[in-house]
Design a protein around this ligand. Structure first.
Ligand code: SAM
Length: 234
């Protein structure tokens, strides 16, 4: 008989604690162990989203995947970081991993999935992604009919960003942070700035929607997105 615990990666949505699926809520409340990504000095966003739903008697495991590392170095650090999760699973305890937005959409859960899902029974529960939440919070219908939507990470080089922006009907630009000035310049250069909408921390109590040219580049958080909705109308 397999007595190992089960691994669940659950999407907890973009920030509003009510944007959680019923399945995620059930798993979240019943698992003996919760795990989530967080830097040593920072509160986990995913943990904060679910705080009001927790029974208060669960074991909590934090892990941290540093960004901007060479792939080989990153991989061995990730192996170490997930070790406590693997130990709980091996000891027969189910582990729910909290993921901001959706687990398979640029989610840190994927690093656990690739390392643990062949050994332990694993289930993934989709979440409301920022890709869905930001256009809704901005009040802009995003794509119609056969529109081509592209998702562009802001750290990409300018030539790739320009090429992709020029061949899309609608665009979401993610991971802005310090890349914001480069993106704003490109949008002006391509004549897309008038259509571009900026939003940060969508659906949270700190949500801000700011006209593109009034955004202070020194204060753009990582959890910010530029949405360029389609010009189609049906
Ligand atoms: C590592 S990705 C994680 C995406 C997440 N798994 C999802 O489904 O939304 C982080 C990027 O998602 C976007 N993002 C996530 N939550 C957001 C929010 N509440 N408001 C604005 N952007 C958000 C930002 O562009 C951020 O840089």
């Amino acid at each position: 008989m397999n007595t190992a615990g089960r691994l669940y990666g659950i999407g907890v949505g973009p920030g509003d604690p009510e944007l959680l699926t019923l399945k995620a809520l059930r798993l979240l409340r019943s698992a003996p162990v919760l795990a989530y990504h967080s830097a040593a000095d920072r509160e986990s966003i995913a943990r904060k989203i679910v705080d009001q739903h927790l029974p208060g008697n669960q074991i909590e495991v934090r892990f941290h995947f540093p960004r901007a590392l060479e792939p080989e170095k990153a991989s061995s650090i990730y192996d170490q970081e997930i070790e406590p999760v693997a130990e709980h699973l091996a000891a027969g305890r189910d582990v729910v991993v909290l993921c901001e937005g959706d687990p398979f959409f640029y989610g840190s859960f994927m690093y656990l999935f690739t390392r643990l899902s062949e050994k332990y029974h694993t289930e993934v529960v989709p979440g409301v992604s920022s890709l869905m939440a930001c256009p809704v919070a901005l009040g802009v219908p995003f794509t119609y009919y056969n529109d081509i939507l592209k998702i562009l990470p802001a750290p990409l080089p300018p030539d790739i960003l320009k090429r992709e922006l020029l061949t899309s009907d609608a665009v979401a630009i993610m991971k802005l942070g310090r890349h914001f000035p480069k993106i704003r310049n490109i949008l002006h250069e391509l004549g897309l700035a008038p259509r571009a909408k900026y939003i940060e921390r969508a659906t949270t109590t700190q949500q801000r929607i700011i006209p593109l040219d009034e955004v202070n580049p020194e204060q753009v958080p990582y959890f910010a997105m530029i949405v360029i909705p389609t010009t189609s109308r049906l």
